[in-house]
Design a protein around this ligand. Structure first.
Ligand code: ADP
Ligand code: MG
Length: 332
């Protein structure tokens, strides 16, 4: 199978909202009047972001999910994406699984594949997504990292730390009951981009970011770009990791059990969750709950924005915790 047959077979789809899709030198998108395009790229590299043994269907899902997560964090509605793919060889079974996983998530979000590039080389997947954000009275409705205000509440969506738990089991640094591993692994392999929540938070949240490198590290980007600090209540944090309440823990041998410190570290420093961290003024609490309800996404209030720079971790007794949780950095 040649390059063009491959594109035709696995990646060419009829387009709906785009003006022109796969097949010409460029795709064409027509932004609707009163909207802006939100654009983001994310690259997945074998050995760095995934293992060669990963199920191609799940990899297709994840490659798009991490990109949709960026649109979610901006409160943008997904429109379309391009796919730049380097493949070591043409493997029909792999391509079939990959394209099915990719396009199933794309269809679920009404996000069309409109173009890309295909080349031979070490497996590498780079997606660029295009989303739509309304402009109202000359102001973009995009949620930005830079919008947090002193006094804002800080919230986290869904569950955090599970993907990292799975990674640590893979690395051999943790052992957990099999059922817990399965639960954690599905969070690592097939994250759920919080698109509906992001859309519901437009006009409600002041700032948002998605968690790719770790909760505290990513919250740190909101703080630095907004020129503020925060207090973070760690007593809520250990409830954020879904795997902790898996019934498989009951009766498990004690050497499998994690300490409170280990749980906390998974939640605060683990990456790859693709949940949203966002801030909203205290007067918007009812609106935040309504956004959570309408998007069927749990949210937990975990702290507050303060004027003094830096991030202060507070334990259940109100004491300051002295601990550093580094977030993931490819070059650190
Ligand atoms: P060009 O040489 O102009 O870059 P290509 O021959 O690389 O064009 O691609 C032909 C068409 O197929 C283009 O419309 C391009 O956007 C599309 N395309 C290439 N690879 C992919 C892919 N992996 N997924 C979707 N569309 C692709
Ligand atoms: Mg090309």
């Amino acid at each position: 199978m040649g390059e063009f047959d491959l594109i035709e077979r696995y990646f060419k789809r009829p387009v709906h909202s785009a003006v022109l899709g796969v097949g010409d030198d460029c795709a064409l998108l027509q932004p609707r009047p009163g909207t802006q395009l939100a654009i983001s790229s994310d690259m997945l590299v074998e050995g760095r972001h995934f293992l060669s043994t990963v199920d191609p269907f799940k990899l297709g899902h994840k490659a798009l999910a991490v990109n949709l997560s960026d649109l979610a964090a901006c409160g943008a509605k997904p429109l379309a994406f391009t796919l730049a793919l380097a493949l070591p060889r043409v493997d029909a079974t792999w391509l079939e699984g990959f394209s099915r996983g990719l396009l199933a998530l794309a269809d679920a979000h009404g996000c069309e594949l409109i173009g890309g590039d295909t080349t031979q080389g070490p497996l590498n997947i780079c997606i660029t997504v295009f989303g739509e954000v309304p402009v109202m009275a000359g102001r973009s409705q995009a949620l930005l990292r830079s919008g947090a205000k002193v006094g804002d509440d800080i919230y986290v969506s869904g569950s955090v730390g599970d993907a990292r738990l799975a990674l640590e089991v893979f690395r051999g640094t943790l052992q957990v009951p099999a059922a817990v591993f399965e639960q954690a692994r599905s969070r690592m392999d097939q994250p759920t981009p919080r698109v509906a929540l992001g859309l519901a938070l437009r006009g409600v949240a002041n700032a948002a970011i998605d968690i790719s490198d770790g909760l505290l590290g990513d919250l740190g980007h909101i703080l630095s770009q907004s020129g503020v600090g925060a207090r973070f209540e760690t007593s809520f944090a250990t409830d954020l990791i879904a795997c902790r309440s898996n019934p498989a823990w009951s009766g498990c041998q004690s050497d499998l059990c994690l300490s409170d410190e280990q749980w906390l570290e998974l939640v605060l420093a683990g990456g790859d969750d693709y949940e949203l961290v966002f801030t909203a003024s205290a007067s918007a609490r009812a609106a935040v709950l309504e956004a959570a309800r309408s998007s069927q996404t749990a949210v937990t209030r975990v702290g507050q924005i303060e004027a003094a720079p830096g991030l202060r971790l507070i334990d259940g007794a109100g004491q300051l915790i002295d601990h550093r949780y580094p977030s993931f950095d490819h070059f650190a």
